[in-house]
Design a binder for this molecule. Structure first.
Ligand SMILES: [Zn+2]
Ligand SMILES: [Zn+2]
Length: 422
């Protein structure tokens, strides 16, 4: 239902409207709010609508008191500590930490997806020039370096975050030995996924130990020669050897990364990872043979023109593809506050929701995280790319007044892309 823009609209600040919808949510679905384990030992933090500041160092004895608080205060965002404390309401140094869950954050923001050029844009703060995609170092029109950034998130962004999440789950289960029951996966309600392990043995890990886990998962400092790749002399020839696809830990990951690369890479892509033109074309010419070789000892040494140094580059690239793009800071911070499940995300109006590990591949966050399934609102949209939400697709919009289903209107209002009309 499009209407022409202009006329005598009164534009209202969206905050009051958003707050009353959030209030309705916490009134209607109190039992959806499941507290974290050991609730009385957690610190809670809230971003409040009024000042948009974080109020920290709160604690609750039980689920009931937390739910009543949410109903009464109606925060924009709700967080709890990954740490457990003897006195969660005290100052940081007096809280008495007794343990911290092992948490991971995967955010599409940290993954360079190709869709950014379609849905992200920047506006030069001094001359008003507008461009799409990543923000440049300086404005091409006036040379100034201050910009207003408008980022968005789409199914491609969220899919790539999900792919990284599945890689992380594989690390946690196959390499670190956690069972699927020990791993809780959630969609954050915005651009990514949270993964939480609460098992006894992770509670006492210090920052150094957590950093080691992070580096293992990111493959930082990984030397492929320590993971099965090498060469030896035999009589008068050099024999190359490398890890197999079903190798454990990084061995198998490197092999699988190399397999994927050889399966689809073009000569140009292979040159981009530092291979000489001749080597790159040799690899693509012998693609069939190389893929076939995995049934035996693998592709190492299958063609004479690809030497040890080239295989090292290929293996390193394969490893890079297999690492999971987790946020280092979140995992190593033992006092981190994380969003509480089933609460609303202040930047989207969507819920943070749990994702079943077995069904993660089919999981559609933009359908499942919708918290408001009824009603509609008329908003004036400044700018929004085309987006999908629930069962609908909306936009693109530029300076228009439109009536939208509640969830879509809230998303635009929360993202600062729309105002209310009355
Ligand atoms: Zn400019
Ligand atoms: Zn995207």
């Amino acid at each position: 239902m499009r209407q022409p823009t202009g006329g005598m609209h009164i534009l209202l600040s969206p905050l009051r409207f958003v707050r009353s919808r959030f209030a309705e949510y916490y009134q209607k679905h109190p039992s959806a709010i499941q507290p974290p384990s050991a609730i009385e030992r957690r610190e809670f933090g809230f971003v409040l609508f009024k000042e948009k500041i974080m109020a920290r160092h709160k604690s609750f004895k039980n689920a009931e008191s937390l739910r009543s608080f949410l109903k009464a205060v109606v925060p924009l965002d709700v967080y709890y500590s990954s740490a457990r404390y003897e006195k969660p309401e005290e100052k940081m140094e007096d809280k008495g930490r007794t343990g911290t869950d092992l948490i991971f954050d995967i955010d599409a923001d940290h993954i360079p997806t190709p869709c950014r050029k379609d849905h992200d844009r920047w506006i030069c703060s001094s001359c008003g020039a507008i461009g799409k995609g990543a923000t440049p170092g300086k404005c091409s029109s006036c040379g100034e370096q201050k910009f207003q950034e408008e980022t968005w998130f789409c199914e491609i962004c969220l899919d790539s975050a999900k792919t990284e999440t599945m890689k992380l789950i594989d690390f946690l289960m196959r390499d670190l030995g956690f069972s699927s029951e020990e791993i809780e996966v959630s969609f954050s309600g915005h651009r990514g996924y949270h993964i939480c392990v609460e098992s006894e043995e992770v509670q006492t890990l210090d920052q150094m130990a957590r950093r080691e886990i992070v580096e293992y998962i990111l493959g930082i400092g990984l030397e492929t020669e320590f993971h099965g790749l090498g060469e030896r002399s035999e009589e008068r020839s050099r024999i190359l050897f490398g890890p197999g696809l079903d190798g454990s830990g990084w061995r198998g990951r490197i092999a699988r990364g190399v397999y994927e690369l050889l399966l689809s890479a073009t000569p140009e892509e292979l040159q981009q990872i530092g291979l000489r033109k001749k080597v790159a074309s040799n690899l693509t010419e012998h693609r069939e043979l190389l893929l076939e070789s995995w049934k035996g000892k693998g592709p190492w040494g299958v063609t004479k023109d690809v030497g040890f140094e080239s295989w090292k580059k290929i293996a390193r690239h394969g490893a890079e593809k297999q690492s999971a793009k987790i946020d280092t800071v979140v995992t190593t911070d033992i006092h981190r506050l994380i969003r509480l499940s089933n609460t609303l995300h202040g930047k989207t109006g969507l819920r943070k929701i749990e994702v079943p590990i077995t069904g993660i591949e089919q999981f559609d966050p933009l359908e499942r995280a919708v918290a408001f399934k009824e009603g509609s609102a008329t908003v004036v949209v400044s700018y929004a790319p085309q987006f999908k939400l629930g069962n609908g697709t909306y936009g693109p919009y530029q300076g228009e007044t439109i009536e939208l289903p509640m969830a879509a209107a809230l998303l635009l209002l929360c993202k600062g892309r729309a105002k209310m009309v009355e």
